[in-house]
Design a protein around this ligand. Sequence first.
Ligand SMILES: *Cc1c(COP(=O)(O)O)cnc(C)c1O
Length: 381
Amino acid sequence: MPNSIIEINSNALKNNISYIKSLLDEHVTMSCVLKGNAYGHGISVMVPALQAIGMNHFSVFNSLEARQVFEKAQNDFCIMVMGDISEEDAEWLVENHIEFYVFNLYRLQYMLNIAKAKNIPLQIHLEIETGMNRTGFNKSDWQEVVNIIKNNSKYINVKGICTHYAGAESISNYMRVKLQRNIFKKALKYFKNEAIIPERIHSSCSAAILAFPKDNFNMVRIGILHYGLWPSRETFISHMTKYNLSQSPLQPILTWTSYIMDIKHVNKGAYIGYGNSYLAENNMTIASIPIGYGYGYSRSLSNQGRVIVNNKRFSVIGIVNMNMLLIDITADQNITINDKVILIGKQGDYEITVSSFGNLTDQLNYEVLSRIDKDIPRVLK
Ligand SMILES: *Cc1c(COP(=O)(O)O)cnc(C)c1O
């Protein structure tokens, strides 16, 4: 038996996808972002789960993730690499018609050489620098990019033009993102004038489809929302207000459970766990759970986290260890070894949310999820 399990709820996923689609015009393709092991949900279960409900466009960060998606995907699907390509994977990418971002002349030339050697055209997305100042072609490069594309039209298919916003999840970045949208539109015009008119134009992540719904172009790249979580508390509140909703239309799809490994009694006046961060002020019953920061359960949840056992909430006491944490079960003498423990998820009237983790540890939803150990088994429910 593994020391913990992650369950993915396919009904909740279905609900989230149809809600997101209801926010998009018919002609807008939704690409599901599966970087970071599908935000900790597991690429290997997310790909079949998404394909089962008709989602076939997948975005990943690197070529290793592209391989993981490729291994699980069936029939018609599209994989788009938004970031890193290792040199060992470059040929494989071209041979399998994997789409990828091009954001500098080095990559364009490097991949073009492979395309020529193999006589297989590249499927590229031109990433435009619009103000995030991370990756993307600056305006000064545009003409040279056009020249290379035109001189090698047999080997380069410009599948898309795209950019990424520097923080659409907060109103404090509004002006910066607005400027980015203007620059992106100028770039689209520039390439159009050069007769480079790609099939896909995309700039929006989850926060951007909520904040700038008019600028979805014809594809959006959605990560956090389809997992049932919000990019930030601010986007959540403003969305709820805008549509006058009383309850989140999204449902978290991940449940992380472990079990009670051991139970023991501790006398009043003793310290519990490493150091002196927790002093037993009464006689106590404590239980250990074989999960710690080595699996992504943050050490910052020491003396702060909550778990659910048998429909009741219990507190994490003492320091979270690499492989173990302790909880106070003094209030429930019925708990026994092997009882199920909910680390993230819902049971009865209680729920431990990813965002509550985040609030206690000052981590983003994105960070909490992507740090969950890749080796924990994921199952689709
Ligand atoms: C992660 C990422 C997204 C998805 O972001 P969400 O906020 O999870 O929707 C979209 N585009 C790029 C380039 C990304 O890196």
